[in-house]
Write a new protein. Structure first.
Length: 420
């Protein structure tokens, strides 16, 4: 089969699978159909061999269908085409004319949809991630990028998004329709630093998305599985569905469940990625390596290091999801990790000297709207002082400040100051 025939066959395959073609591709396929009766016969045979099966099989495989199409028309590679039962000439002419008129109408009016009641096959989410534009978290708005490149901007600091069969509800006020061509494609949710979003997926699964996070998911899941991709920090309550396992992919690991509640942290710049189980059971494996998976039970944390090794630790799961209630709870946590969380939450910089970064703190830290007040509370429990910098705050230890003052008695001491 030469390159041109293969190209036309792929256009037909996409058309019969309900996929969208560009205006130029639509015109090309129409010209091909109109150019000869043989082409129209080929299309009708492809429709006969493929269309009925497509409309009755909701788990339609586009690649398998493409092979079926090419073998039906040209035969398997290295073999002649399979014989075709021919209709009478008059019947064939009538059917060919009807089929050509139908496909022309579909191309020009309905946008290439011969879907019947079948559901679209969900594409591979990892392939989509590889081609997706890298997220940017420095904006002032959360962004919901729909499959047809429609973008919905959400200004609120804390927002909610809920999917149902036909619409996307944003903060229960605004609504966005879900087009048929978007059902099997991927949506993206980008939550910038300083924002949080609660997302309810079409199956009832709820996801709390923290600042600086990126989610990819379909507006409706397929028949056999449910898969999403996450980068950042989420807490998720998976709706139970034994027939459709739920998998959360990250850049380094895969988390597979049926129905459970767990926390996941997968920020790209962090040295480790981790999963903390609140209830149920999960299997955690390095990305693409299910044979290396491990299981954890509630109140266990599985952390994956840069060498691809999991470490299991007993923890309090509630401490890891406290941010959804408006506070952080720490247990002997290095101050450098605390400041990294505050930087994402407030979208401000929190720089510190090395001796401050290795200090550890424990306890509850309320996340009010004033980052200066949060630092003031920290300074009451740790020997630190802070000052306002150009884009945020600079923290130093009291001991360092005393030494600086002894070395330069005329220098003004650092004071705890509220930038607001």
């Amino acid at each position: 089969m030469d390159a041109q025939n293969r190209h036309i066959d792929r256009l037909i395959a996409r058309h019969l699978d309900g996929g969208s073609l560009s205006d130029a591709e639509q015109a090309e396929l129409l010209d091909w159909l109109r150019s000869s009766e043989e082409h129209r016969h080929s299309y009708l045979e492809a429709y006969d061999a493929w269309g009925g099966r497509h409309l009755s099989d909701t788990r339609f495989d586009a690649e398998a269908a493409y092979r079926c199409l090419t073998e039906r028309i040209a035969g398997p590679e290295g073999h002649p085409a399979a014989p075709v039962v021919r209709r009478s000439r008059a019947v064939r002419r009538r059917l060919v004319g009807t089929a050509c008129a139908a496909v022309c109408t579909a191309l020009l009016v309905t946008g290439f949809f011969l879907r019947g009641k079948a559901e679209r096959q969900i594409p591979d989410i990892r392939e989509f991630v590889q081609t997706a534009e890298a997220p940017v978290y420095t904006g002032k708005e959360a962004r919901l990028v729909l499959s047809e490149r429609r973008t919905v901007r959400i200004e609120e600091k804390r927002s909610s998004i809920r999917y149902d069969a036909a619409e996307i509800h944003i903060n229960e006020d605004a609504r966005e329709p879900i087009e048929k061509k978007e059902v099997a494609a991927f949506n993206q949710l980008l939550v910038p630093y300083g924002k949080q979003t609660t997302l309810t997926l079409a199956d009832g699964t709820r996801v709390w998305v923290n600042a600086g996070s990126w989610l990819i998911y379909p507006s409706a899941f397929g028949d056999d599985s449910r898969e999403i991709y996450a980068e950042g920090e989420i807490y998720i309550e998976v709706a139970h569905d034994a027939a459709r396992p739920f998998t959360v992919h990250t850049g380094k690991m895969d988390v597979r469940v049926l129905g459970t509640r767990f926390y996941l942290s997968s920020y790209g710049r962090d040295r480790t990625q981790e999963v903390v189980l609140r209830s149920g059971s999960v299997s955690v494996a390095p990305a693409g390596a299910p044979e290396r998976g491990i299981r954890i039970v509630p109140d266990q944390r599985a952390s994956l290091d840069t060498a691809g090794t999991f470490r299991i630790r007993e923890v309090r799961a509630e401490d890891y999801i406290s941010w959804i209630h408006g506070y952080y709870r720490f247990d002997n946590t290095p101050l450098s990790d605390v400041l990294a969380r505050l930087a994402r939450y407030y979208n401000r910089t929190f720089d510190c000297s090395p001796e401050v970064g290795v200090m550890t703190i424990s306890g509850k830290l309320e996340l009010n709207d004033d980052p200066g007040e949060v630092l003031r509370i920290l300074s009451l429990t740790a020997p630190i002082r802070f000052r306002v910098s150009e884009n945020g705050f600079r923290l130093s230890s009291v001991q360092t400040l005393r030494k600086e003052h002894d070395d330069n008695p005329n220098r003004m001491p650092m004071e705890n100051r509220n930038p607001n």
